[in-house]
Design a protein around this ligand. Structure first.
Ligand code: HEM
Length: 175
């Protein structure tokens, strides 16, 4: 079987950096709402990392629009499902940090990144709006987790069962 062409290096780096960041953000977010201690520290990490995810997601989408991905060893239906889940992931990677930012703006809380560096409010302070955005942040977190898991399972199926080299398009290992 021929070895499939790889994604450009920039795409591969962005992919793995963001995978780690998003998993970390999900874990930190759930820890914030379930653990009894360390809330201030977790919040102080969650906000700047969330802003970084948003910035990297924008760069990644811009890069993806300029560079076509290499062909994948997929059938028509599977390609359709892969494209749909990819679009959903990109949408969630932009929406989730924006909702987090809007939620704190609606709460009237400044979004502090580091020291005195803050993001401007993007919504008016409004308790009802805060409640809607707070629920939305939870729903999007579950959607992100489910989409991420589906993506991971599909890739594992290709790597361990079909062994068609799909995963190697996104890795750095010498061939
Ligand atoms: C990829 C980006 C992000 C992910 C994956 C993420 C994930 C999460 C998760 C899983 C929770 C817990 C939700 C729950 O179970 O109710 C949470 C809570 C929260 N997130 Fe995020 N978040 C992201 C970005 C942001 C950003 C950019 C901000 C603000 C600038 C933010 C602010 C908050 C706040 C204030 C809470 C609520 C804590 C509480 O109610 O005590 N998040 N986040």
């Amino acid at each position: 079987m021929s070895t499939p062409e790889r994604f450009p290096l920039v795409s591969r780096i962005l992919h793995w950096v963001m995978a780690v960041l998003v998993l970390g953000m999900l874990a930190i977010g759930f820890a914030m709402v379930t653990s009894l201690g360390g809330y201030q520290f977790l919040q102080a990490v969650h906000r700047p990392l969330g802003a970084l995810v948003l910035a990297l997601a924008v760069v990644r989408i811009a890069y993806r629009l300029r560079r076509r991905p290499p062909p994948a060893p997929l059938g028509r239906l599977e390609r359709l499902a892969a494209t749909g889940s990819e679009l959903l992931l990109y949408a969630l990677l932009v929406a989730q940090p924006l909702v987090g930012w809007a939620m704190l703006s609606a709460a009237g809380t400044p979004v502090v990144l580091f020291g005195s560096l803050r993001l401007p409010a993007i919504t008016p302070a409004d308790a009802d709006l805060y409640a809607v955005l707070r629920t939305t942040h939870t729903v999007l977190a579950y959607a992100l987790f489910l989409t991420f898991t589906a993506h991971l399972l599909a890739v594992l199926f290709h790597a361990l069962v079909l062994r068609d080299g799909l995963l190697s398009r996104m890795t750095f290992r010498k061939r």
